[in-house]
Every structure is written in structure tokens, then in C-alpha cells.
Design a binder for this molecule. Structure first.
Ligand code: B12
Ligand code: SF4
Ligand code: SF4
Length: 319
């Protein structure tokens, strides 16, 4: 197979496996993204996510992960389902967590893609990631022309908006790289204007310390929610979708074909009162295979208690 044929074969395989988009980048070190990443860390914008301070060499240069890496294949998997959050009750769960854990869904798909790459280019090797290591997935997606980075900092495309997960296969196979995509944010500032906590501190830059997603998912349960976050939860129990809900490119997104991303038992909200009374056994049973396990029972209960205590947390109309 020629280089061009191998590239086409790999892209066709990504589609056949069920990915919604694929792009390829040359595996040379990232320059601007790593400088911006470093500045972001120095400004403390990662908050308590101490692991983000480590492995800068690997984040910059994937050959520190896979020596002789030549290409980075980036794939997108749509998780949009045609349901809305209940606007009249608090306890909103972010879309990405309505179905099964995306790590469980994407990992075998990435393994299948890796096998196709290794077969197309004999002697090549691969390493795959889906939010599982020190790889700057958004920066690689941008370089691979998979989408552009929106002002809310998520990667998006005109055809499928931003409701997709990213996955990455680093490979020693030398494939033909794609050109980056144009930025279609234009003069829009809808995401910056709508963020309930002004966490998008400037276009393209999110400060985790202000972001509801950080507080409701990532911060360990032993840390109480700061008063200014607790009062502005805007009805969110787990994660936050506001900056993507308001994005014009998300208006017409086609639903995912993946049954495992459908809302479990049609659940898009959870009554905070039912969360504070949940037992560990009920939690383990209810959230088996769900991304929501990540917050731990005590973490969910911390947010649920804040939702119950703050009247201002009733979701605003239309949010
Ligand atoms: C840490 C992390 C978080 C943190 C920090 C958020 C963030 N903005 O990075 C928190 C916990 C807040 C978070 C929240 C969410 N996350 Co998250 N997260 C990650 C993770 C593990 C690392 C991202 C990272 O390195 N951030 C560090 C900062 C420095 O990166 P950055 O924001 O991209 O910074 C760039 C821009 O600021 C840019 N920049 C700065 N100035 C300028 C100026 C111009 C002109 C331009 C063009 C660019 C630019 O340069 C920087 C470097 O490239 C990735 C998985 C991975 N390994 O990559 C998932 C990931 C980014 N998360 C994801 C998701 C789905 C979410 C949520 C939507 C979940 C939810 N519904 O609650 C929210 C979205 C919040 C938001 N608006 O960003 C997806 C995004 C998919 C996509 N379509 O882009 C990822 C890729 C996971 C995955 N594999 O699918 N997340
Ligand atoms: S996820 Fe929510 S809190 Fe975080 S930047 Fe987006 S709108 Fe703001
Ligand atoms: S809401 Fe507007 S500014 Fe924000 S990502 Fe979407 S198009 Fe870009």
C-alpha cells in the first residue's frame, strides 16, 4: 500500500468502526498549545488538578510516549441524543453522562482502529488514548483538522457541533496529514455571555476554578463548594452544558447512532432530595458503568445539598 492508500484505508476504517469524524496530524511537537498550557498552569487555572502539572514533555511531544511516532489519528464520537434537561426541576446532568461511560465505549473502538493501522502499515505500532493520559487531545484535534477550538475551549465542527468525545491513536505509521480547519466562531460570544460563573475568562480560556464542571465532577468530596459556586449552580448536579447549549453550531446536530449513549431510563435530571438519601449500595447499583461514578456518592451529595440550600439554584428559564 502507498502512503496515500494506507491513509485512505485508515480513515475508511475509522468510519466503519463507528467514529463520526477522523483527522490526521503529523506527530511533531506542539508549539503554541504547550506554551499556552504552561501559562494556564502557572496562572493556577487547573485548580486542584495536580496531575496536570506533570508530564509536560509528553503533552508537547508524543514521541515521548511512543518513540518514532509519525502520525496522530484523532477521532470524534457523537454523543448527542434528542432529549432536553427538564427546565422546571434542579438536578441537571450533563449530556455526556446520560448513557454509558465513554471510556468503555470508545476504548474497544480505538483498539479496533489501532489494529487496522498496524495491518495497513506492517511493522507499525500504536498507542491509544481517550482522556486516559498526558495527551492534549483538543490541540491534536485542531492540528488534525478535525474541528476548531471554540471560545468555550471545546472542539467543534459545522456538521456535528461539539457534542462529541475525542479519541487519539498515536502511531509510527507515516500517514498523510490533514490541514487545520478554519475557526467559525466569528464575532459570536454566546458561550462567554451565558456561562453561569464567568468561567470563560477570555475567549478560548476556561478557568477550572470557576467552572461548574470542575466543581461538580472533579473536586474531591472532602472540599466544600465555595459559596460563590454553590449559589450559582444554576440547577446543575453533575457537569455543566451551558456553554455548549447556547452555541449556534449545536442547533441542528444529528443524534448519535450509539445506543449506549441514550439516557439511562430517560434520566436527564435527578431530584437532589433523592441523591442526598441515596445509600452506597443504591449508588453502586444505579451508577454501574456510568461516568457519574467519577464524582463519588459523597461528591454528588455535596452538590445536591447545595442545590437544596440555595433557592437561586432553580434552573433559569431556558437553561
Ligand atoms: C482537564 C479537562 C477538563 C477541565 C478543564 C477544562 C478545559 N477547558 O480544558 C474541566 C474539569 C473544567 C473540564 C470540563 C469539561 N470537559 Co474536559 N477535559 C479535560 C482534559 C482531561 C484535559 C484538557 C486540558 O488539557 N486542558 C488544559 C487547557 C490549558 O487546555 P485548553 O482549554 O484546551 O487550552 C487551550 C486554549 O485555551 C487555547 N488558547 C488559549 N488562548 C487562545 C487564543 C486563541 C486565538 C486560540 C485559537 C486558542 C487559544 O490554547 C490552550 C492550549 O491548546 C481533556 C482530555 C484530554 N486529555 O485532553 C478533557 C476534555 C477536554 N473534556 C471534555 C468534555 C466533554 C468536558 C465538558 C463538556 C464536560 C461537561 N459537560 O461538564 C466540560 C467543558 C468545560 C469547558 N468549557 O471547557 C472533552 C471535550 C470534547 C470536545 N468536543 O472538545 C475532552 C477532550 C475529553 C474527551 N476525550 O472527549 N475538562
Ligand atoms: S461548563 Fe458551564 S461553568 Fe464551565 S465554562 Fe461552560 S458554561 Fe461555564
Ligand atoms: S457559542 Fe459562539 S463563540 Fe462560543 S464556541 Fe459557539 S460559535 Fe464559538
Amino acid at each position: 500500500m502507498t502512503r496515500q492508500e494506507a491513509t485512505e484505508h485508515v480513515k475508511a476504517a475509522a468510519t466503519a468502526i463507528g467514529f463520526d469524524a477522523v483527522g490526521i496530524a503529523e506527530a511533531v511537537p506542539l508549539v503554541d498549545p504547550i506554551q499556552r498550557y504552561q501559562a494556564w498552569i502557572e496562572q493556577g487555572r487547573h485548580g486542584m488538578l495536580g496531575w496536570m502539572e506533570r508530564n509536560l514533555d509528553k503533552r508537547q511531544d508524543v514521541s515521548q510516549i511512543l518513540p518514532e511516532a509519525r502520525s496522530v489519528i484523532v477521532v470524534a464520537k457523537n454523543y448527542f441524543t434528542p432529549y432536553e434537561h427538564s427546565v422546571d426541576q434542579p438536578g441537571k446532568i450533563s449530556r455526556y453522562a446520560w448513557g454509558d461511560d465513554y471510556h468503555d465505549v470508545l476504548t474497544p473502538m480505538l483498539d479496533a482502529l489501532s489494529a487496522k493501522v498496524e495491518a495497513a502499515v506492517p511493522g507499525s505500532t500504536t498507542r491509544r488514548y481517550v482522556d486516559t493520559g498526558p495527551v492534549m487531545e483538543k490541540a491534536w484535534a485542531v492540528r488534525a483538522g478535525l474541528g476548531w477550538q471554540g471560545k468555550h475551549s471545546n472542539v467543534l465542527r459545522r456538521d456535528i457541533g461539539s457534542w462529541f468525545f475525542l479519541g487519539v491513536v498515536i502511531t509510527t505509521a507515516d500517514l498523510v496529514a490533514d490541514a487545520p480547519m478554519e475557526d467559525f466562531c466569528g464575532t459570536c460570544t454566546a458561550c462567554l455571555d451565558a456561562c453561569p460563573t464567568q468561567a470563560i475568562v477570555e475567549p478560548y480560556v476556561v478557568d477550572s476554578r470557576k467552572c461548574l464542571s470542575y466543581w461538580t465532577i472533579e473536586v474531591k468530596p472532602e472540599h466544600p463548594l465555595p459559596a460563590e459556586i454553590a449559589k450559582d449552580l444554576d440547577g446543575w448536579l453533575y457537569g455543566c452544558d451551558v456553554c455548549q447549549d447556547v452555541c449556534p453550531w449545536n442547533r441542528f446536530q444529528a443524534p448519535t447512532t450509539e445506543p449506549r449513549f441514550q439516557p439511562r431510563e430517560q434520566v436527564t435530571n435527578m431530584d437532589p432530595q433523592s441523591v442526598v438519601t441515596l445509600s452506597p449500595e443504591q449508588f453502586a447499583d444505579r451508577f454501574k458503568g456510568s461516568p457519574m461514578k467519577r464524582a463519588k456518592l459523597a461528591g454528588l451529595q455535596r452538590t445536591a445539598a447545595a442545590l437544596l440550600q440555595n433557592d437561586s439554584n432553580a434552573p433559569k428559564e431556558g437553561s
